[in-house]
Design a protein around this ligand. Structure first.
Ligand code: MN
Length: 429
């Protein structure tokens, strides 16, 4: 089935600003609470949110085999489990309904009243119930920077790194949507020069600029996914801020890897941009520096040209952009990550989320964490209000954005914006 929804010449009868992340070529999926307190699955064109549950009840998807309640859910998991053919048919149909040449819904005031919402009338929710969350470590620039700082500049990459898309299993219970503030965590750290650890607020809270992909039911126990088929099982992508407490991480990570330094919170952008919508922005990724094992050898373009930026907004001041990077820098592709993840037969399910790992580019202004931008705190980052940051302060808001652009068509992810609150204080009894 062709992806007619991607037609770059199509215009919508809904208003779309020139620089909007959400022209009719995007058609992302999300979950929102309406002004009537109803939870529904929806999409967005320009600054209009569209209730897909209501559209389906009104018969607009009658040519597509869908269960009656597929959009009347508080997560996208069941829709995602329906598979790529269904996602594609639904996106194509939405493009048709909102095409500037199609008057059916455009001229039906009664229908529009129940289907369309202004953004200030809705509240975005977590789009999927995330069963399992895996975080990779797939940027060679990030891995090299961290290895240089913490171990040995001459052997910054560990010997396995060029052979394995390294990853670890994270916690899905602390993943929150954009707009939900998170607390500075407390934990164990080893102060400089000390021989015994202390317990208290982390002093080095950091963001990690990542993207994440969300999968459908991909395989049965024991069944690996071939690398060149992996994209069939990827529903779409979100922006992902993988909050990290660097002082806790440094003390706890040997020998089993990240644990409490990472599991206190991660934040996602609420609209899942489908892999179908991202097809026009495919590019070839970096050339492998070492021959990869056959199950990781991929053909064709498996990377995506997605511009990324991070801003820090202090309380009561405007934001400063502190990093500009691009998803295309990732050394290991999502296909290689998914092929590797399932190479031992581990099942991947609808709604699983896979983080890319921090996406650092080759230049210091493209690093994807404060750890790298401030080089462990040795080079503080200046903000527009005259203050400096080595890491993130209480009441700072961290904002990540991403978009793709070519031949005059732009689609984007919106943003993931999260305020860092002071440590949690128990309510006084
Ligand atoms: Mn991470």
């Amino acid at each position: 089935m062709p992806i007619t929804a991607n037609n770059p010449d199509r215009k919508s009868w809904l208003h779309v600003d020139k620089n909007s992340d959400f022209p009719i070529q995007n058609i992302p999926f999300g979950v929102f609470l309406t002004r009537d307190d109803i939870i529904t699955i929806g999409t967005r064109i320009g600054d209009t949110a569209i209730d897909l549950g209501a559209l389906h009840q009104l018969g607009y998807f009658k040519d597509i085999p869908l269960t009656d309640d597929i959009f009347l859910q508080d997560t996208l998991n069941d829709f995602i489990a329906d598979g790529r053919k269904t996602w594609r048919a639904v996106r194509n149909k939405i493009a048709e309904i909102f095409d500037a040449e199609n008057n059916t819904l455009k001229d039906n005031l009664k229908h529009k009243e129940v289907v369309l919402f202004r953004l200030d009338e809705i509240e975005m929710q977590l789009p999927v119930q995330i069963g399992d969350y895996t975080d990779f470590y797939s940027s060679i620039e990030h891995a090299t920077n961290v290895g240089t700082m913490f171990r040995d500049p001459d052997n910054a990459l560990l010997p396995n790194w060029l052979h394995i898309p390294v990853g670890y299993h994270g916690r899905s219970s602390s993943i929150v949507p954009s707009g939900i503030p998170v607390h500075r965590p407390k934990g164990q750290t080893l102060p400089a020069g000390a021989t015994e650890p202390v317990f208290g607020p982390s002093r080095l809270v950091d963001f990690e600029l990542e993207m994440a992909f969300i999968t459908t039911d991909a395989n049965d126990l024991g069944e690996p996914i071939p690398v060149d088929e992996a994209e069939e099982y990827i529903f779409g992508m979100v922006l992902f801020n993988d909050w990290s407490a660097r002082d806790m991480q440094k003390w706890e990570y040997v020998p089993l890897g990240p644990f409490l330094a990472k599991s206190f919170a991660s934040s996602v952008s609420p609209w899942i941009v489908t892999l179908d919508a991202l097809q026009p922005y495919k590019v070839k990724g970096p050339k492998p520096l070492k021959k990869q094992l056959p199950y990781l050898q991929q053909t064709g373009e498996k990377s995506y040209n997605i511009n990324l930026e991070v801003a820090i907004q202090p309380e009561k001041h405007k934001e400063t952009v502190v990093s500009r990077s691009n998803f295309k820098h990732m050394y290991w592709s999502m296909s290689q990550q998914l092929a590797h993840h399932t190479s031992n037969g581990c099942p991947v399910n609808s709604g699983d989320l896979m983080g890319s790992g921090t996406i650092s580019g080759p230049t210091p202004d493209s690093y994807g964490s404060m750890l790298e931008l401030s080089w462990r705190g040795e080079k503080p980052v200046k903000l527009d209000d005259g203050t400096e940051r080595k890491f993130i302060n209480d009441n700072d808001t961290v904002i990540m954005r991403g978009y793709c652009e070519n031949n005059g068509t732009r689609i984007g992810f919106g943003e993931v914006s999260t305020k860092l609150l002071p440590v949690f204080e128990p309510k006084k009894k």
